[in-house]
Design a protein around this ligand. Structure first.
Ligand code: AMP
Ligand code: FE
Ligand code: FE
Ligand code: ZN
Length: 296
């Protein structure tokens, strides 16, 4: 295989890009990723990617560190975030924000609120597991989450595997942590409107993450009214049909298209890895043009 071209997943069309490839959906140890910013940047360089964005869950804390290593290893870097949002009628969606000012105080206030709610939720999930008779403590989960960034179910799952409560991360989700399972507690998130507003206030470009996974196409017009500017067309969990449908939607509605692997690092279970979804560089050019024109 040509080392210069990221290997396309079997279910995705191969897209050739003379300008190179990018990965605009990546998690670091600042949220539930397993790669530190430096490891992530090094992997991106090894995959010959031209640009990367980090999109940690509900935190921008990893941006300065990743920007530093991106500069050191000579790879283009896009600051980003992935914000969880919720409404009782339509459920949870994830909003990506690109090129945002990670020092914006309104954004930081919103993300701080999300971060605290994440801790409360994990506390309640640990309580549920203890009521089920398992010997697990918040401190163990914190040990997997690290001191920085945001906590989430994957950290709890890792702690559960460590304690022998589950045989694998997958097992932890399937048996306990997924919606409807005994330790599941819903996240108390901000609304779609608040999430989009927070990204816009920080001069970021709001994009709907993995719409093929959230399966809420009917709300896209409402999100556009709220300020959404694009769709994540390319994603590890998107089928060729998804890619085609969302690309068409983007063209018809004059939206921006983005894409990325949603890599959380290499774990025991096969996870999408950095650079495994071929996303052509020209999409980043369009994103940059939108940012420069201020029309978003
Ligand atoms: P949270 O934000 O705390 O609700 O956790 C959601 C995160 O859990 C996602 O971003 C994924 O990284 C991870 N996740 C969700 N489902 C699974 C699964 N079945 N196996 C492993 N990780 C999962
Ligand atoms: Fe995640
Ligand atoms: Fe997501
Ligand atoms: Zn993600």
């Amino acid at each position: 295989m040509n080392e210069d071209v990221p290997s396309a997943q079997a279910n995705l069309p191969t897209i050739s890009s003379a300008e190179g490839y990018i990965d605009l959906h990546l998690h670091t140890t600042h949220s539930d990723g397993l790669y530190s910013p430096e490891q992530l940047v090094q992997s991106a360089v090894n995959k010959h990617l031209r640009a990367i964005a980090i999109t940690d869950h509900d935190t921008v804390e990893g941006i300065p560190e990743t920007a530093f290593f991106a500069q050191k290893y000579h790879i283009e870097f896009v600051p980003g975030v992935e914000i969880s949002a919720y409404t009782p009628e339509d459920g949870e969606i994830h909003l990506l924000g690109y090129f945002l000012d990670h020092t914006n105080s309104a954004l930081l206030q919103t993300l701080h609120q999300q971060k605290m709610r994440r801790v409360d939720r994990i506390v309640r999930m640990v309580e549920r597991l203890r009521l089920l008779g398992f010997d697990i403590h918040l401190d163990m989960v914190r040990a997997f989450a690290g001191k920085k960034g945001t906590i989430g179910r994957p950290h709890l799952a890792r702690a559960m595997v460590y304690c022998g409560i589950a045989s694998s991360i997958d097992d932890a989700f399937k048996e306990f942590l997924s919606r409807g399972k005994p330790a599941f507690v819903p996240k108390a998130n901000i609304t779609y409107r608040e999430a989009i507003q927070a990204i816009l206030e920080a001069d970021g470009i709001p994009i709907l993450a993995h719409p093929g996974l959230s399966k809420k196409d009917r709300i896209i017009p409402t999100l556009i009214e709220l300020g959404l500017r694009g769709l994540e067309v390319f994603h590890s969990d998107h089928t060729p049909d998804d890619v085609q449908r969302y690309m068409q939607m983007v063209e018809e509605l004059d939206l921006l298209a983005t894409g990325g692997s949603d890599c959380h690092g290499s774990g025991k279970t096969p996870r999408p890895l950095i650079g495994t979804v071929p996303v052509p560089y020209y999409l980043l050019d369009r994103l940059k043009m939108a940012k420069a024109s201020g029309r978003f």
